[in-house]
Design a protein around this ligand. Structure first.
Ligand code: ADP
Ligand code: MG
Length: 612
């Protein structure tokens, strides 16, 4: 038999490499911006159309390329940043693998114009799917402009895999921030669909953080400085009172490269220990400088993960530096987190009149044909019958099939009879550890997680409000102004209508600022800014979950936020009301994300345990 192994043609090899390096428009943005920074540019423009699907263009005023280099730059493993293996251990540039341009050109139509500062004439190259279509001298300004058109035009699978424009554009802005934050010496402009989104002047690190995150970061930042033999640390952490319930803003840079490191994140988080509630996350913008020989950047194609030689020492130094800064700014002694903790419980049952619900058991029960007995958040369920498609808002049973396994199913799904029993009026409930509600059913006992139960109840209520386009709103006595980061402004504009249907009254006030006039009933007025920020944050974190549409995501974010939390004492009436509302739900067994809400322990199980 003849030999069968062949070398892949370059175009194929490049496309394969592109699969790793260029996953979505945001990855191309990252690579192009990094190249412009490596070319010592002081001014960079990023121009995007249709969230990068049709155009990603980066224009810089950097050192440009000669005609030959311009052509060479699209070859795989072609780089000006490394010459030998020794250089691999002394990397100070962002790029060094020489595969970004080759990868981009393999999966898009690329036009480059470039000129070095002392040249009279520049070079233009057009290359599509790794094939050079044109190279000619051209008039252009000093520096380089690269346009990437119709990304993935020849990789339909990748193209179809892209998310909505909003999601893709947010990814782009995220990559942009990661580069722009650590390069305050460079001015940036970002355009999307011909509109200026962001303009950043040259300045220092603090000014850049504020330029990107918004003016309200000015009062939040505490400087961190530390210099030792092995690492120099500089930057800022956010004061503990601005810690977020969800991930928050966390930026860690090593030698001006954004990196992800759970290990070092833990060091910083650890420094905040006792200063923030255990379920909150600190925000930070920290730069580490280390000897390039002591790290390995080359362990992942996108270079966001690196290996440190002295990881343990850096952990300790980082933690101490952050801790000292927090102490120096005398933040530690003035904070009282006992009171801080209570803001996770915005809803206060005690102040509400509790009505004992009366539910008749009816197998054809439709919870929306009448008002629910008591709404835990205080807004009655609308009576409209115009509910044709609302049930689409709920994830269907099949959505959870991948989450549950059969064994769980058997154990958790309650029978109609158990449900009927649970709905009985005069049941006795018991609260265990302020977390679980335990009640007797004929076959044994039922344990309900109070937090998950309320989350399910509110989720369904909010889905209904969204479907019906109306909801009660609680007017604020004093309208509140919030200033958001540009990214959150994009996000909020996107979902403003839906938020209105959930009970928010929010109007744009220009310049990333919004005025909150009304909030959903049950939400706390004092915490309304936090509520909005948390919803945005949760919504942003969830946007990658295919399982939910965006309205479900919002309903879920709000339900999680204003729902009763574990740790809240409940009296008998409240527990009963909660159980009734739960069993009035479409799906009382599982939360929207598929977690079981109810557990049943049968008498049989108990007997077995006691070996009777
Ligand atoms: P790498 O950045 O890893 O070297 P790239 O494929 O991103 O690989 O770029 C290849 C080469 O093209 C770079 O090494 C650099 O010499 C040149 N280059 C790319 N972009 C620019 C730019 N904006 N200005 C000047 N030179 C550039
Ligand atoms: Mg590069």
């Amino acid at each position: 038999m003849s030999d069968i192994i062949q070398l892949l043609p370059d175009s194929v090899a490049n496309q394969i490499a592109a699969g790793e390096v260029i996953q979505r428009p945001a990855s191309a943005v990252k690579e192009l911006l990094e190249n412009s920074i490596d070319a010592d540019s002081t001014q960079i423009q990023l121009i995007i159309k249709d969230a990068g699907r049709t155009l990603i263009q980066v224009i810089d005023n950097g050192k440009g390329m000669s005609p030959t280099d311009a052509r060479m730059s699209f070859e795989r493993h072609a780089t000006s940043k490394l010459k030998n293996t020794d250089d691999l251990f002394n990397i100070r540039t962002k790029g060094f693998r020489g595969e970004a341009l080759a990868s981009i050109a393999a999966v898009a139509q690329v036009e480059m114009k470039t000129m070095r500062p002392n040249d009279e004439i520049g070079t233009k190259i057009i290359i599509e799917g790794s094939e050079v279509k044109l190279q000619e001298p051209c008039q252009t300004s000093k520096g380089t402009s690269i346009s990437v058109k119709n990304l993935f035009f020849n990789v339909p699978a990748r193209r179809n895999f892209l998310k909505s424009n909003q999601v893709e554009f947010r990814h782009i802005m995220e990559e942009f921030q990661r580069v722009a934050l650590v390069h305050p010496e460079v001015s940036f402009e970002v355009f999307h669909n011909d509109q200026l989104q962001l303009s950043l002047e040259r300045g220092n690190f603090k000014q850049r953080i504020i330029g990107i995150m918004g003016n309200n970061y000015n009062e939040r930042l505490v400087p961190v400085e530390e210099q030792t033999e092995i690492v120099k640390i500089s930057g800022f952490v956010c004061k503990p009172e601005f810690a977020k319930k969800t991930r928050g803003e966390q930026f860690l840079f090593v030698n001006h490269r954004f990196i992800k490191s759970n290990y070092l994140h833990h060091a910083i988080q650890h420094a905040f220990e006792d200063l923030i509630p255990h379920d909150s996350h600190a925000s930070y913008f920290l730069q580490l400088e280390v000897n390039p020989a002591s790290i390995d950047v080359n362990i992942h194609p996108t270079k966001t993960e690196i290996k440190f030689e002295d990881e343990k020492a850096i952990y300790a130094i980082l933690r101490t530096a952050v801790k000292q800064s927090l102490g120096k700014y005398q933040i530690a002694p003035t904070l009282d987190f006992e009171t801080e903790n209570t803001f996770t419980l915005p809803y206060n049952y005690e102040q509400n009149e509790v009505v004992i619900p009366k539910i008749k058991v009816n197998p054809n029960y439709n919870p929306f044909e009448r008002e629910l007995p008591l709404s835990f958040k205080g807004s009655p369920v609308p009576k409209d019958k115009n509910l044709k498609h609302w049930d689409k808002l709920f994830p269907s049973q099949s959505d959870f099939e991948n989450i549950r396994n059969a064994e769980q199913e058997e154990q958790i799904s309650i029978t109609h009879q158990q449900e009927t029993e649970a709905k009985q009026e005069s049941r006795i409930c018991f609260q265990l550890h302020r977390t679980y509600i335990i009640t007797q059913i004929k076959s044994g006992m039922m344990i309900i997680d109070q937090q998950l139960a309320h989350e399910r109840i509110l989720f369904e209520q909010f889905c209904r409000s969204l479907a019906l386009h109306k909801s009660a709103s609680q007017q604020l006595l004093f309208p509140q102004t919030v200033e958001l980061t540009p990214n959150d402004t994009l996000l909020l504009n996107d979902i403003l209508d839906d938020l209105k249907n959930l009970g928010f009254e929010i109007s744009p006030f220009g310049n990333n600022t919004f005025v909150i006039n009304g909030i959903p009933p049950g939400a706390s007025e004092q915490e309304c800014k936090n509520l909005l920020e948390e919803i945005l944050e949760r919504y942003r974190l969830n946007t990658d979950e295919l399982k939910f549409n965006r309205q479900q995501q919002l309903a879920l974010a709000l339900a999680k936020n204003i729902g009763t939390k574990r740790g809240k004492p409940l009296n008998n009436e409240e527990m009963n009301a909660l159980i009734d509302l739960l069993f009035a739900c479409e799906n009382p067994n599982y939360t929207a994300s598929g977690k079981p809400i109810i557990q049943i322990i049968s008498l049989e199980d108990l007997e077995k345990k006691f070996q009777r």
